[in-house]
Design a protein around this ligand. Structure first.
Ligand code: SAM
Length: 228
């Protein structure tokens, strides 16, 4: 068997070169990025590449996001230790683990049962106990557990899903998500104050689509019949 890479050194280098050298300045976020074992969230054959500056495949045509993007979205959420968070798009569970390090409790929704169940087992094995993974259409949010201090969507939506806006706490609720089409998207932060939602555009990004009732139509779902 080839010797294992020094994952701790790779993680430290990732934080210095991909985060601090760019614009990640929140010390709690940097600490979380140092703590979470990213190599445990990728397929075994890709573990040595886990700390590279790019996304990697995780199965079901999905990806674990680039480390910098995970840090940037987490920073944009402005999490406090008492926050209750909803994440849409569990994927490998890596971003979920970063959120678990920074918030009181995380609800995470995944559309693919295989990915959601695997992520849930992995998070359990790693000792995260402030997380519940649900399988379902995250574009509708999780009304039974709302409201949330912060909501993070890790797949691109065509527009801000209405249920997610309304599931934010009215006082300084934050929603961070990529908005756009299959070719071009911008990362946006929506801040709720009472009945007003202020939208800020952060950076251009490229994410896999958010499928579902308030997202894109899934490729395996037939078009609805046209009315005559
Ligand atoms: N944050 C993940 C990680 O760290 O591995 C990567 C997420 S991946 C870029 C996007 C995820 O969103 C995929 O796992 C995909 O199946 C999921 N997804 C897409 N549409 C969804 C929906 N309507 N509800 C829940 N999950 C959805």
């Amino acid at each position: 068997m080839p010797p294992q890479p020094d994952f701790e050194a790779l993680r430290e280098r990732m934080v210095r070169e991909q985060m601090i050298a760019r614009d990640i300045a929140d010390s709690r976020v940097l600490e979380a990025m140092r703590r979470v074992l990213r190599h445990r969230f990728v397929p075994e054959a890709l573990q040595a590449r886990a700390y590279e500056d790019n996304p990697l495949p995780i199965g079901n045509d999905q990806t674990i996001s680039q480390p910098y993007i995970v840090a940037l979205m987490t920073q944009a959420l402005e999490l406090k230790p008492d926050d209750i968070v909803l994440e849409i798009g569990t994927g490998s569970g890596y971003q979920t683990a970063v959120l678990c390090e920074l918030a009181r409790f995380v609800y995470s929704l995944e559309r693919f049962p295989e990915l959601g169940e695997q992520a849930s087992r992995r998070l359990d094995d790693l000792g995260y106990n402030n997380i519940e993974v649900y399988i379902g259409d995250g574009s509708q949010g999780l009304p039974d557990m709302a409201p949330f201090n912060a909501i993070l969507v890790t797949a691109a939506a065509p527009a801000i899903p209405g249920p997610l806006r309304s599931q934010l706490v009215p006082h300084n609720g934050r929603l961070v998500l990529p908005i756009g089409d299959h070719h071009q998207q911008s990362l946006q932060r929506v801040r709720r104050t009472g009945d007003s939602w202020q939208v800020e555009r952060l950076i251009p990004v490229m994410f896999v689509p958010l499928y579902g009732r308030h997202g894109f139509r899934p490729p395996d779902e037939p078009e609805p019949p046209r009315s005559p």
